[in-house]
Design a protein around this ligand. Structure first.
Ligand code: AHR
Ligand code: AHR
Length: 497
């Protein structure tokens, strides 16, 4: 016989399946007070703005909305608006209606950003392509010196008030530096003392957990806590999945860290219990929101953010488990980083400039200095070899490529302070990342442009015959917008030697 109680259970299930994360938090009595995502709406009824991009060609901005109420971002809008140029993410809108939008972070007491006025850099709009249930979207790929913040907020927990935070990250993009965070921080960009922050940290730094990391930890200010006390917490697992869910929540003398694979399965509780000693009880939360940086704008960390929220009230584990089921059902999957003609791994190539001044110049090197030299069939064999490169699988990401010098095998083109160098692979994670470049179609319509994997706003560029990893309109002279599209576009041909 049909039971009224099973009917109600079915209705509840149907509601939760169509509900977004913020609908689930609201049903649990802990509503979202900030909701940020460049990939999808986080309320089932949301049709408003998700994020804003600004393009390099003319400085125009455009905002991206979901394809439908509660749906995935309309990435095609971004692709057409940004075609043949570069785009940066300028605003990540708050979907709750409270106006807690994330924008380019201002300087803090720990670090000035590299941009004018000491602002942090903005993320390239195409650094983190993914699909959700097969539909293309872009996350926020955050290199060092990049960060977003809002200091004057509405509804975010202050003092010892309760809150919950979750975010979805790329489990393969991290480092051990301070601090790739999302959550509650100081309103002044200054380290005002222990307990003035409550944010999710993701990376291989801090107090560490089991294995070699990365871990989800809590940034409570002057401490990246892996568990309830300072020191390693072996109950906090290394996360090896491509997509990671991280949770930090806190209320009066009680808090927790939870994490899991954002593409399948359930959450693990790494810690749940009382506050650490040393000024963390009661908490003195200030209610600003940070993304990609520490509370004092410490900006040497890297990571990728896809979506995240902050709630009012301490969410139950059951509510968070439903949110995790919703994230899994969104079916995050990696999408190709290559956008244009691919290069063949195992081939030997030359890279010819396409700027009208310089079509007889090729990417070459003199010792460790990468430059754009005039080379032809009558050049010396040494000159020809210096402009010839082996294409190998990207040292940090095999979807992209690295360029090995044919006259100095074991040495690769890498960027350092955004100048291109040819140096020996020292085997470090930093070297591998600095030496990995993702091809896209040339921005002037010819050949290829080569985007840095770890700084996707930066491209191979010849400038006064020197090679750089340049950002369109960035802070250095070699970032000049004038001639940018031509200077970053190269014709790939056979190696000279
Ligand atoms: O707690 C770790 C970091 O320490 C904070 O994010 C920053 O404000 C301080 O430097
Ligand atoms: O080129 C930018 C950065 O400069 C590199 O990632 C790093 O190795 C150096 O500090």
């Amino acid at each position: 016989m049909f039971q009224a109680s099973s009917f109600l259970a079915l209705c509840l299930l149907a509601t939760l399946v169509s509900a977004g994360p913020c609908d689930i938090y609201a049903s649990g009595g802990t509503p979202c007070v900030a909701a940020h995502s460049t990939t999808r709406a986080l309320f089932s009824a949301y049709t408003g703005l998700l994020y804003q991009v600004k393009r390099g060609s003319d400085g125009a901005t455009n905002s991206i909305t979901p394809l439908s109420a509660g749906g995935v971002a309309n990435a095609a809008t971004q692709d057409s608006f940004c075609a043949g140029t570069t785009c940066l993410i300028t605003i990540i809108y708050d979907q709750t209606g409270r106006g807690n939008h994330l924008r380019q972070a201002p300087p803090g007491s720990a670090a000035q950003g590299p941009e004018a006025g000491g602002l942090d850099s903005l993320a390239a709009a195409d650094g983190a392509p993914v699909t959700l249930n097969g539909q293309k979207a872009y996350g926020v790929f955050i290199p060092p010196s990049t960060g977003y913040r809002v200091d004057a907020t509405n509804g975010i927990a202050t003092g010892d008030a309760a809150e919950g935070i979750y975010a979805v990250f790329d489990g393969t993009h991290f480092n051990g530096n301070c601090c790739f965070d999302y959550g509650n921080a100081e309103t002044s960009g200054t380290d005002t003392g222990n307990g003035h922050m409550e944010a999710i940290y993701f990376g291989s730094g801090g107090n560490k957990g089991a294995g070699s990391g990365p871990w989800v930890e809590a940034d409570l200010e002057n401490g990246l806590f892996s568990g309830g006390t300072t020191g390693q917490n072996n109950n906090n697992p290394t996360l090896t999945s491509r997509f990671v869910t991280g949770i930090v929540k806190g209320e009066a003398n009680n808090w927790a860290i939870r994490s899991g694979n954002a593409a399948s399965g359930s959450l693990t509780t790494a810690y749940s219990g009382v506050r650490p000693s040393g000024g963390y009880n009661p908490m003195k939360k200030e209610g600003a929101i940070i993304l990609g940086i520490g509370g004092d704008n410490s900006d040497r960390a890297q990571g990728t953010f896809y979506e995240g929220v902050m709630t009012s009230g301490y969410p139950s584990d059951a509510t968070e488990n439903s949110v995790q089921a919703n994230i899994v059902a969104a079916k995050y999957a990696a999408a190709s980083l290559i956008n244009g003609p691919a290069l063949t791994v195992g081939s030997a190539v030359s890279l010819r400039a396409t700027t009208p001044c310089c079509t007889n110049r090729y990417v070459a090197h003199t010792g460790s200095a990468a430059n754009a030299q005039i080379v032809s069939s009558s050049s010396s064999s040494a000159a020809k070899l210096s402009a010839s490169w082996n294409v190998v699988a990207g040292l940090a990401n095999s979807e992209c490529v690295s360029f090995e010098s044919r006259d100095t095998t074991g040495s690769f083109i890498r960027h350092f302070n955004f100048v291109l160098q040819v140096s020996a692979n020292d085997g470090s994670k930093q070297f591998r990342e600095d030496a990995t470049f993702c091809p896209r179609a040339g921005l002037n319509g010819q050949g290829n442009a080569f985007r840095s994997w770890n700084y996707p706003a930066h491209y191979f560029r010849h400038y006064n015959a020197v090679m750089y990893a340049a950002a369109n309109g960035g802070p250095s002279d070699f970032d000049a917008t004038w001639s940018f599209n031509d200077d970053v576009s190269f014709l790939v041909g056979a190696a000279f030697a």
